[in-house]
Write a protein that binds this ligand. Structure first.
Ligand code: EPZ
Length: 420
């Protein structure tokens, strides 16, 4: 589970040097779930060593998956003999991505039960879209408290599933379930996030028949069987964006290696509009943020709109950038818990419902603050890197859920950090 720690950050220095981006956490979840669909050994490269993925692998181990770590970021996994008799249910409640095993388990087992998934407390995070879609595919679902029972009398059937909202994990769950279902499953109002496209590429490498990923309509034609594969997972676009924002807020100059530029286009465009210099060099990005930052409005939304997972970091950034700006969070109803914490550092942010107004031009000062979730912790870390003095971030361990080796990566960029 999560090893708890606080972090001291001595800020006020520009970051400089090189940082290598790890594999995508949010692409790893559905790809690991997809490995449950085949009996052979799947080899995954560039798997990030972050707590949520470690928990997902531990959950698979509790089901009898045979997992070998070829090296730090390469995993071989064989799920031929899995069983749900000894599943470690508490791990399901520790992360949102665990909901993605649903589609795959439904193909293997005609009847089982799961507990509700967990994840950051950034909203109610219901799973009604997932349950409605699986009912349409012929699954009988009953819920008692946090326990949900699933049963099917026949093979999963395809369905035409129209999503009320382009939900990322719901889209991914129906791609997984549809890949072995009878007939063609159509997902309407599908999510277009890069991680959805990555899952389609992975499933096709196992023999799945999928078209339309990256658009709002995805068709998945079920096949009799999928086969094992070897695959390298895409770089993490939110980790990339967070280091870009860290360079910007400290007015530094860093090179990010092993990035996927198209997947961070929206984030890079926002930063360029704010006045930083960003150049792409093959799989690297060089950011030079020595010039003064101009604050810029942003509204979060489903891809290709600005990613909600970067909203907390940009609240910190806009508070120091020059000029007024407004940030509107439209995806999650409770993803502004970092505002009062940033204000303890002099960010001067005013929240009204899901909107944040920033006067801009603030000089942040060190304070003791508390992280409430993964990306809020990232925002406080960025603020601490910019503020003069020693900022104490309580519950900084949230960072470990989504940022691999964040302490050493930032230290190598010149940051002064200390575990408490
Ligand atoms: C994925 O979560 C990501 N997590 C999140 O990243 C990301 O913020 C989110 O997509 C949006 O981009 C993973 O991929 C593991 P949604 P997901 O379903 O799929 C509502 C991070 O920091 N909704 O697209 O759970 C929901 O409440 C994390 O890395 C329903 O109402 O998000 C939200 O308001 C945080 N019913 C909206 O849809 C449902 O059944 C979008 O959620 C499902 C979702």
């Amino acid at each position: 589970m999560l090893y708890k720690y606080n972090l001291a950050v001595i800020g006020g220095k520009p970051l400089c040097g090189e940082v290598t981006i790890s594999g995508s956490k949010n692409a790893s979840f559905p790809i690991l779930a997809a490995s449950l669909l085949v009996d052979g050994t799947v080899t995954l490269q560039n798997i990030p060593k972050v707590q949520d993925i470690i928990n997902m692998l531990t959950l698979f181990g509790s089901m009898g998956s045979k997992i070998s770590h070829v090296d730090g970021n390469i995993v071989e996994i064989n799920n031929a003999d899995i069983s749900i008799d000894n599943m470690q249910y508490d791990l399901i409640g520790s992360m949102r991505g665990s909901i993605l095993i649903l589609g795959a388990l439904l193909h293997r087992f005609p009847e089982f039960q799961l507990t509700l998934p967990g994840g950051c407390n950034i909203g109610k995070r219901p799973i009604d879209f997932h349950l409605d879609g699986f009912r349409a595919m012929g699954v009988n679902i009953t819920q008692q408290g946090d326990v949900i029972k699933f049963s099917r009398s026949a093979k999963l059937s395809s369905a035409k599933i129209e999503l009320e909202y382009p939900s990322v994990c719901a889209t991914e769950n129906f791609m997984l379930a549809g890949s072995l279902a009878e007939g063609t499953t159509t997902i309407i109002n599908a999510a277009c996030e890069p991680e959805v496209v990555e899952l389609a590429n992975f499933l096709r490498s196992m023999g799945a028949k999928i078209t339309g990923e990256g658009t709002d309509t995805i068709n998945v034609t079920g096949v009799k069987q999928l086969h094992a594969t070897e695959y390298k997972i895409m770089p993490d676009r939110i980790e990339t964006g967070t280091y870009l924002a860290a360079a910007a807020i400290t007015r530094g100059k860093i090179t990010l290696k092993n990035v996927d530029y198209p997947s961070v286009f929206e984030i890079a465009s926002q930063l360029i509009a704010m006045g930083v210099d960003i150049t792409q060099q093959a799989d690297d990005i060089v950011i030079d943020a020595s010039a003064k930052l101009q604050a810029f409005d942003l509204v979060t939304g489903p891809h290709p709109e600005f990613p909600t997972d970067m909203q907390p970091q940009f609240c910190a950034l806009n508070s120091v950038a020059l000029g007024e700006s407004k940030i509107i969070e439209t995806v999650f109803e409770n993803r502004l818990q970092h505002i009062p914490e940033l204000n303890k550092m002099g960010a001067n942010l005013e929240r009204t419902n899901n909107e944040v107004y920033s006067s801009g031009g603030n000089i942040l000062t060190a304070a003791e603050v508390e992280a409430t979730d993964l990306r809020a912790a990232a925002a406080l870390l960025l603020a601490g890197l910019a503020a003069k003095g020693e900022t104490i971030i309580k519950n900084a361990h949230y960072l470990s859920r989504g940022y691999e080796s964040v302490f050493s990566k930032l230290s190598n960029l010149g940051a002064t950090l200390r575990y408490l």
